[in-house]
Write a protein that binds this ligand. Structure first.
Ligand SMILES: [Mg+2]
Length: 386
């Protein structure tokens, strides 16, 4: 039947049979994106605590860290893998991630329309960054695989082999246990340490760590523990006297006024890096006044797309850039490594703080991140561990 020959009398009546069939075929193709998600409890090698845990009386720390993995598969057999690592610091948990994912209509997501897919996710809820991060990673993994490229090439960044060094984080603990963790890291050849401070025995723990690693450059992270500019300056001056501390991350709470930060920045003998103060590219202007650099995390920003924007916005304002992580498997750590070219410092150690990583991707040898051992050349370059 020729479409043009259909009389106007069809308007408002059942459509001709051929048109109905065409519509059904179209709907079937769109509906075949499948979303699978599941909780996985990452097991920590050592108990894990930071200053905010101490404030809640939990120096003993966590031994497991629940994350959520997602897998998207479309009707062409293409698939993408993602991970969200929710942090209680930001009032997120595996349950909040699962609740967001339950609202997602998989048919609205497509490896061929990243911008449209991400815009759809933003209509579902404000925030919810760990869940959005998991889906963003899966969409980019699938899209880059479809293009036959690694994500770092798909994003136009590239990846320099044997150049990107991560720090290794020593969580808050008793001085003796922090010294033992440090000795382990030194024995493993990890060259740069990140030390969590803001606990009840900072001077003793710093001395214990320095005793176990006399030569290692140290980065200090206070996780917002010092509550006034004067208190923060006192601590920073003490830390700076060590002579081999690279910078201090988030010395004070992000809620303090800009004037307090500007006061501290003007006097600090060490560079200040914003972490809790830098959630996304929207914070770049303010952070340029308050800090010397910022720490971007994929889970904070909502994934690779927003993470890349956050790094670029920071650099555009002359800030040093760092890419950090939560406790994460190789899915999120590999994803972060794809943005390494946009960073001055890396803190991508989440997957080497755990004992049951279900995936294998970027590899850390003597602190150097590389994709040489990755099983797959495209997408996030991450696959199931055997
Ligand atoms: Mg931090």
């Amino acid at each position: 039947m020729d479409f043009k020959s259909i009389p106007f009398s069809f308007l408002g009546r059942p459509r001709p049979r051929f048109a109905f069939k065409r519509r059904r075929v179209f709907r079937t193709l769109r509906l075949e994106m499948k979303l699978k998600h599941w909780r996985f409890d990452l097991a920590l090698k050592h108990s894990w605590a930071i200053a905010t845990d101490v404030q809640h009386g939990a120096l003993a720390g966590k031994t497991v860290y629940p994350v959520v993995f997602v897998e998207l598969t479309d009707s062409h057999g293409r698939s993408g893998l993602g991970e969200g690592s929710p942090s209680s610091q930001y009032h997120e948990s595996h349950a909040t991630v699962a609740a967001f994912l339950a609202r997602v209509e998989p048919a609205r997501l497509s490896f061929d329309d990243l911008a449209g897919s991400l815009a759809y996710l933003d209509t579902l809820a404000a925030g919810s960054f760990p869940a959005k991060c998991a889906l963003n990673l899966a969409l980019l993994d699938g899209a880059a695989k479809a293009a036959g490229q690694a994500v770092y090439d798909f994003l136009g960044l590239g990846f320099s082999p044997r150049r990107h060094v991560t720090s290794f984080t020593i969580g808050l603990d008793t001085p003796a246990r922090m010294a033992a963790k440090t000795a382990e890291a030194v024995a493993a050849g990890l060259p740069v340490l990140k030390l969590k401070l803001g606990g009840p025995q900072d001077r003793e723990t710093f001395a214990a760590v320095r005793g176990a690693a006399p030569q290692a450059p140290i980065r200090v992270d206070a996780n917002a523990a010092w509550t006034t500019p004067a208190e923060a300056l006192r601590h920073i001056e003490w830390v700076a006297a060590d002579g081999n501390v690279q910078f201090v991350e988030q010395p004070m709470p992000p809620s303090l006024p800009d004037a307090d930060w500007a006061w501290l920045k003007a006097r600090s003998p060490l560079p200040l890096m914003g972490d809790e103060s830098y959630q996304s590219a929207a914070d770049a202007e303010r952070c340029a006044h308050c800090f010397h650099g910022v720490n971007v995390k994929l889970v904070k920003t909502g994934g690779l797309t927003a993470g890349k924007a956050a790094l670029e916005a920071a650099r555009a304002r002359g800030l040093k850039t760092m890419l950090g992580c939560m406790i994460e498997s190789s899915v999120l750590i590999s994803a972060g490594a794809h943005l390494a070219e946009l960073t001055d410092y890396l803190d991508l150690d989440g997957n080497i703080l755990i004992t049951n990583d279900p995936f294998r991707g970027v590899c850390t040898q003597l602190g150097v991140l590389d994709f040489e051992g990755a099983a797959t050349p495209t997408g996030l370059r991450c696959s199931t561990a055997n």
